[in-house]
Design a protein around this ligand. Structure first.
Ligand code: ZN
Length: 307
């Protein structure tokens, strides 16, 4: 289950769920939670209340409701570009300035800088600031958990972030806006201002290893938790996809919520394929016993009559 040779250790994190259908493309999945979802919400809220150490893993499915586009799907931004694979491969990126120019143009076309956290991000932040969630491991590179107010010290961005840049030679880094400003002023492949080296977004590309410290932190979190929530991830990208198994082997309960089935559905204590925003909003309100989720979108909490 945890060894899938078809999956490289780190695919381009801009498409953490390659070739997966866009969850929002399913018209049957609306903002209205059904009766089955209501039961899920009630039971998961109880699990969260009973747990002492809850660890969360999030993937692309959480950010689609913020309009973060699928890069490799049928309508993916990169699918139509013959150089697409090269942007996400460090060997091409490091060797070819034309690839870097295109990568900067494509990656910073406004998608990430304009995206806002959705109700799912906000629900997790509410639970975390109330002390119910500990470490959050995310495969997403968009920085939306931080933007939603999840305590930054508790976030592990296992595939890096587009919100920062790094120099491939000297490791110099900083907020991505500094590079965007240089792109806006006409540079197309801005070199490192400290050493002249190649700059890149601080994401993990093909050919790059995951950050060992981040991976170790994730493993430790999975081992010590008593409840593991896997949200919006198809759990096919290793080694991150092994985390739920580590948690379960350590005695934790497992909750899976994702638009499509995952390999862990049968191993999970609770499973839902409903839309994450409304689902997490309802869970947060159930745990916290407040009306915040209602005030942020009444329709999200309503239950379809007779369903
Ligand atoms: Zn440098």
């Amino acid at each position: 289950m945890i060894n899938d040779p078809a999956e490289p250790n780190s695919p381009e994190p801009n498409s953490p769920e390659p070739n997966r259908p866009e969850p929002d493309a399913n018209p049957s999945r609306s903002n209205v939670l059904g009766a089955a979802d209501e039961g899920f919400v009630r039971r998961v809220a109880q699990l969260i209340r009973d747990a002492h150490h809850v660890v969360v893993l999030t993937g692309a499915g959480l950010s689609t409701e913020s309009g973060i586009r699928d890069f490799r799907g049928p309508d993916g931004v990169w699918t139509k570009d013959p150089d697409a694979e090269k942007y996400s491969d460090i060997r091409y990126y490091a060797a070819d300035p034309e690839i870097r120019k295109k990568a900067w143009r494509h990656r910073y076309d406004g998608t990430f800088t304009s995206a806002q956290p959705n109700t799912g991000h906000r629900a997790l932040s509410r639970l975390a600031t109330a002390g119910h969630l500990a470490t959050l491991i995310t495969q997403n590179i968009d920085g939306l958990h931080q933007a939603a107010g999840y305590p930054a010290a508790n976030i592990v961005e296992i595939h890096g972030t587009v919100q920062r840049f790094t120099c491939l030679s000297c490791g110099n880094g900083g907020p991505i806006q500094r590079v965007i400003d240089r792109l806006d002023s006409g540079e197309d492949d801005p070199p490192c201002l400290r050493c002249g080296g190649i700059l890149k977004s601080a994401t993990i590309s093909f050919g790059q290893s995951l950050n060992a410290e981040d991976l170790e932190r994730s493993h430790r979190a999975a081992q010590r938790c008593d409840l593991f929530l896997a949200l919006g991830t198809s759990l096919t990208v290793y080694p991150v996809a092994a985390l739920p198994e580590i948690a379960v082997r350590s005695g934790a309960k497992l909750v899976v919520a994702n638009g499509e089935r995952t390999a862990y559905d049968s191993a999970a204590d609770e499973v839902s394929h409903a839309r994450l925003g409304p689902l997490l909003s309802a869970i947060a309100s159930a745990v916290l016993g407040d009306a915040d989720g209602v005030s942020h979108g009444r329709e999200e909490l309503s239950v379809r009559p007779g369903s």
